[in-house]
Design a protein around this ligand. Structure first.
Ligand SMILES: [Zn+2]
Length: 278
């Protein structure tokens, strides 16, 4: 799709499942289960979404990198998350005529394993190396600090092999808060899901799109109280959604989802006092 002079492509690294209760926080199952594919372990099916942006200056920017093949031969990991990699980010890039070497910039919304898994890959000696050899990696400084000092509540989401080598190889661009990376392309710090979570805003020729990351992972999470139990700061997520929706509605922004398996983008509508997909 075209956002003014930018091209944006929603790519996928496959699918996985997460606990439905954890995905929907305080919302009762009787409400959220209506639209979800729930399995016998109460898990819902999610996309491992990524976003490819081609900028007017000829840069290829990747937002999030999925799980990667690093876990393909880890049966325990695959069964806990019911990982299905019928499509992969690598194949999706190939379909757009790109190899990993063609990516100039990787932006991680955050460093959880389902978003930064593909930042690295194993070399022949099974050591992690950057998967995009010519890319700089843009991460919030806060997220880098948190990933490197995990605590009991978030440790399961941070796997060192996905990011430690990025620091060693000095390919990181740590940013603080909102920043325009090139004209029309900005990272926006959202907080909420984790303190250093960021979204990505594309603005060009009067059009705009916002990649929500895990602040609003699926279309079902559009209503304000639909906030994941995974979020460390749910009231910050709520506050961010409120502020974002006002701008998105006014500016007719396209919202881009990372984990929705059927609808990866939508515009916003506000009817009968509620936000929903238009
Ligand atoms: Zn996620």
């Amino acid at each position: 799709m075209k956002i003014g002079r930018f091209e944006a492509h929603l790519l996928s690294d496959g699918r996985f499942r997460l606990d439905g209760g954890a995905m929907f926080g305080v919302i009762p199952k009787t409400l959220w289960c209506r639209h979800e594919d729930v399995d016998d372990k109460n898990r819902v099916l999610l996309d491992l979404g990524c976003l490819l942006i081609k900028t007017p200056r000829g840069k290829n920017v990747l937002v999030d990198t999925g799980l990667s093949s690093k876990f393909d031969d880890n049966p325990k990991f695959r069964s806990v998350y019911d990982v299905e990699r019928t499509t992969t980010l690598r194949d999706a890039l190939k379909e757009h005529g790109l190899s990993p070497a063609d990516i100039h910039l990787v932006i991680n919304t955050h460093l959880h394993f389902d978003h930064a898994g593909g930042d690295t890959e194993f070399d022949e000696a099974k050591r992690p190396v950057p998967a995009f050899p010519n890319a700089r990696y843009v991460i919030q400084e806060q997220e880098w600090a948190d990933a490197n000092h995990p605590h009991e509540r978030n440790a399961a989401s941070y796997l060192e092999e996905n990011y430690a080598v990025l620091g060693e190889r000095k390919v990181l661009d740590l940013v603080e808060g909102d920043l325009e990376l090139e004209p029309g392309l900005s990272v926006v710090r959202t907080g909420g899901h984790c303190a250093g979570h960021q979204g990505v805003l594309i603005e060009s020729e009067g059009q705009a799109a916002f990649y929500l990351g895990d602040t609003v992972p699926t279309r079902a999470h559009i209503p304000l109280p639909y906030i994941m139990a995974y979020d460390l700061f749910p009231l910050d997520t709520l506050d961010f959604k409120r502020r974002l929706y006002e701008k998105a509605l006014k500016g007719d922004w396209l919202l881009l989802f990372d984990h929705d398996r059927t609808m990866r983008h939508a515009k916003l509508a506000f009817t009968e006092g509620r936000y929903k997909a238009a």
